[in-house]
Design a protein around this ligand. Structure first.
Ligand SMILES: [Zn+2]
Length: 410
């Protein structure tokens, strides 16, 4: 289960004319459903209380547990069983599911105990989740995976430890920092310095007019998956580990990326021009993922332009976030809706809870079910229902919501 470059950048050629002429212009966009919901008018949706949502979430988890392979231990957090284990852990932490807590944690433990590290940093993510689950079960065994996780720092410290690009989120150093962030661990100064040095060298070699840049398999991605934004986000998350000069480089790069905005969105790769009809509005590529960097930047220095940027991301997601690529968090409806939960936490404005509720509602409609592309691993954390479950649970406790394993609030 190697996590390769996202295939969802390829153009879709199956455009069907819409039966309803009033929405035809929006439906020409093959990537998303038309958002026909009216916007917030001061009231949340009554039908989405815990009473209604908890049984739906439990049923979805039962469905996931029937699908998740117990003997196939490949894959990392992205699309393997380890992501399901993380979801079970996340749900078990929510008081609304206290009756199921033990059941879910034991299921998570069975999954994680079965895992073998699929590849280098996929392994790091698995150790990190294993430590969370053991700790939650009150087992002292959490020290073992934690130690294994910590020891991996030396593997990813050399500047070019991966040939394809050593810094990005899924297999590179930013991912190591991301997992460490959840666990609150140290030994990160070297990793941060390696990321900065690597970015400086690359930017210098390619004669970039800004200080830090990275590539993954030869492409200069900007978005959360594989790109500049999540690398910078992780550096901001660990800014205490940076020197003053290093911080300056990071902030210059944040502002550089902010200026790459094209009408509330960012192209998948540096320098590309966004085509409106066909733009990617995904967590992995585009505004719904880049928003987390500017949220982090805003939380650190409270500059209003960063919050404004996040708010613009949210407006685009409201228009174009009812994606056709399934229910997941990477390039699906739950990933879009997480932007609203992020904006709720940043602003306290209930409008964003309402919008998230509408997206949750849409997940259960016939239009969504019949009009969505099928998903390869329906149980997975990033493309399948495990991420959706995390979103539905977070919608019930929006004050604590955070995109799985991608927090900006610590
Ligand atoms: Zn994606």
């Amino acid at each position: 289960g190697g996590q390769n470059v996202h295939k969802d950048r390829q153009l879709q050629s199956t455009a069907f004319p819409s039966p309803d002429p009033s929405v035809a212009s929006v439906m020409e966009n093959t990537r998303c459903f038309a958002n026909r919901f009216s916007d917030y008018k001061g009231a949340l949706l009554p039908g989405q209380s815990a009473q209604d949502a908890v049984p739906a979430v439990r049923a979805t988890i039962d469905k996931i547990l029937k699908k998740v392979p117990v003997d196939d231990c490949d894959g990392g957090l992205y699309d393997g069983p380890a992501g399901v284990a993380y979801m079970l852990y996340h749900v078990s932490e929510c008081p609304l599911f206290s009756e199921q807590r033990e059941l879910y944690l034991q299921a998570a433990k069975r999954i994680i105990d079965n895992m073998r590290a699929a590849f280098l940093l996929g392994g790091a993510g698995i150790y990190a989740v294993a430590a969370l689950i053991y700790k939650s079960l009150g087992s002292a065994d959490f020290v073992k995976p934690l130690t294994k996780f910590r020891n991996l720092w030396e593997v990813c410290a050399p500047i070019s430890f991966l040939e394809c690009g050593s810094d990005e989120l899924f297999v590179g150093r930013a991912g190591y920092l991301c997992a460490a962030l959840v666990l609150n661990k140290d030994q990160i100064t070297y990793i941060c310095q390696a990321i900065i040095e690597s970015g400086k060298q690359y930017a210098r070699r390619k004669r970039k007019p800004f200080p830090l840049m990275y590539s993954y398999y030869g492409t200069e991605y900007l978005g959360a998956a594989h790109g500049l934004s999540s690398v910078l986000q992780m550096l901001l998350s660990y800014q205490d580990a940076l020197s003053g000069a290093e911080k300056d480089l990071v902030w210059q790069s944040v502002d550089f990326l902010m200026n790459q905005e094209q009408n509330c969105n960012w192209p998948a790769e540096l320098g590309a021009i966004i085509e409106r009809e066909n733009e990617l509005v995904h967590w992995c590529h585009g505004a719904p993922g880049v928003a987390y960097l500017f949220a982090k930047a805003y939380l650190i220095n409270k500059k209003p332009q960063y919050l404004d940027t996040c708010i613009r991301c949210g407006e685009l997601v409201w228009q174009k976030g009812l994606l056709k690529k399934g229910p997941g968090i990477c390039h699906g409806v739950a990933g879009s809706a997480y932007v609203f939960l992020l904006l709720y936490r940043l602003t306290g404005n209930s409008k964003y809870i309402y919008r998230a509720q509408r997206f949750a509602e849409f997940l259960f409609t016939e239009e969504f079910k019949s009009g969505s592309h099928s998903v390869t691993s329906i149980y997975s954390l990033f493309e399948g229902l495990s991420g959706t479950v995390c979103f539905l649970v977070d919608l019930l406790q929006p004050d604590q919501s955070e995109f799985p394993l991608f927090t900006v609030f610590v």
